[in-house]
Design a protein around this ligand. Structure first.
Ligand SMILES: O=C(O)CCC(=O)C(=O)O
Ligand SMILES: [Fe+2]
Length: 401
């Protein structure tokens, strides 16, 4: 643990090592009493302001660790309330590795994005910094870039073809499925999770089982599956690292959406979703649908549509964000395509691709699948919809280089 002194009640989002955003959640010692917050890094005061608690009663303090040199740093918090003072300190090793981290650092600096801020993560913090950072996949010369990569041997002819489809459609089915023994192990893990009532799951529900990779090695092996990360590293032009996992037993029946607003990367484009079938998908089971080419539609963020961060009630989000997505799709004329995956088949989608879980017309049909969301090493990950900080696995994926 990086924490070495704590008379203030603080929950930190990382242990020992941190990349991207670090968050400290401070419980106010006295409810309803005005408080002042002072934040230091390596003893220097970075932020001093009234402490503004969120609806959970806690003060959310965020650090853009890209603005610190890689290496050990001490983060200090001091809260003054009702004439009393509390402090907490934590020590972390900051490591924002690689070329994307360098881009992020330069863009944050150039646009005066602060090292410390209170409250929610929000896409508006990065709007100016994003302007000069168009992801190569989204650029008009993407086709030529792929041809150049094939010509100089950066990618094989096969990989070039997969990248072409990804650029054109916003998704691609990888040429090799997950090996059958891995599919079998994952199904056995899922059987076990269902039998245990993992996260209160009841058989037949559309709800997903979150973060199974933390508890089940078979799901972790999928989370870290090297051929997927190898392909994603070609999309990112940087190593790929996993963020989270979601396992579905039945169809999700989710409305058409862009993952961009939920698993938000800075820079834009530095996140991909991966959908792995654990059984043959049957029509009527609530199959995944994708909207080819929809990754080129505008990215929708909370601040643009004036939506408050979601704290449990999704009704405003439904009206403002889901409504906006539906409008974009209507105007585009893009038709959904059902994805009838074979067992083991792996589909990768662009961060901004519109996709949905269709209606479970036959609720008895299962639709077992694993979804992972992955970011480029060195990027910033956050949840624009909720304002939370995101997680990126702090180590390179073995065998994906
Ligand atoms: O599998 C589905 O039905 C949708 C999954 C999805 O949208 C996601 O996990 O991002
Ligand atoms: Fe999604």
């Amino acid at each position: 643990m990086g924490i070495f002194s704590n008379d203030l009640m603080v929950e930190w989002t990382c242990y020992e090592r941190v990349s991207g955003l670090l968050r400290a959640l401070i419980a106010l010692p006295q409810a309803g009493v005005p408080a002042t917050l002072r934040v230091t890094v390596d003893g220097a005061e970075i932020h001093a302001a009234p402490a503004v608690p969120k609806s959970d009663g806690r003060v959310h303090v965020n650090f853009h660790t890209h603005l610190l040199a890689d290496g050990e740093h001490t983060f200090g918090l001091q809260l003054t309330q009702g004439g009393r003072r509390w402090t907490a300190r934590a020590r972390y090793r900051v490591c924002n590795d690689g070329g994307v981290a360098g881009q992020v650092r330069a863009a944050l600096r150039a646009h005066g994005v602060p090292l410390v801020f209170q409250g929610d993560c929000d896409a508006s913090h990065y709007a100016a910094a994003q302007a000069g950072l168009v992801h190569w996949v989204d650029a008009p010369d993407a086709e030529a870039r792929i041809a150049a990569k094939a010509a100089d041997g950066t990618v094989t002819a096969n990989e070039a073809e997969l990248l072409r489809r990804f650029v054109r459609d916003g998704f691609v089915i990888l040429d090799a499925p997950l090996p059958e023994p891995m599919v079998e192990r994952a199904n056995a893990a899922l059987d076990q999770a269902i039998a245990q009532g993992y996260q209160g799951y009841r058989y037949g529900d559309s709800t997903r089982l979150e973060q199974m990779h933390v508890h089940f090695p078979a799901i972790r092996d999928i989370w870290l599956y090297p051929p997927v990360h190898r392909f994603l590293s070609l999309v990112f032009e940087a190593p790929s690292r996993p963020c989270q996992s979601l396992v579905y037993v039945f169809g999700s029946q989710q409305d058409a959406h862009q993952d961009t607003i939920h698993l938000t990367p800075f820079p834009a484009g530095m996140m991909c979703g991966v959908w792995i079938a654990l059984e043959d998908v049957r029509p009527g089971s609530g199959e995944l649908v994708v909207y080819p080419g929809s990754h080129r539609l505008p990215r929708v963020y909370m601040h643009q549509v004036g939506c408050a961060k979601v704290e449990g009630d999704w009704s405003e989000f439904g009206a403002k964000v889901v409504g906006r997505w539906a409008g974009l799709l209507r105007e585009s004329g893009i038709e959904p395509v059902p994805y009838l995956a074979r067992r083991g088949q792996i589909l990768v989608w662009h961060e901004n691709l519109m996709h949905a879980g269709s209606v479970r017309r036959d609720p008895s049909l299962s639709r077992r699948s694993v979804v992972t969301h992955n970011f480029a090493e060195g990027a910033i990950a956050y949840y624009d919809s909720s304002g939370d900080v995101g997680y990126i696995h702090p180590e390179p994926v073995p065998g994906a280089g």
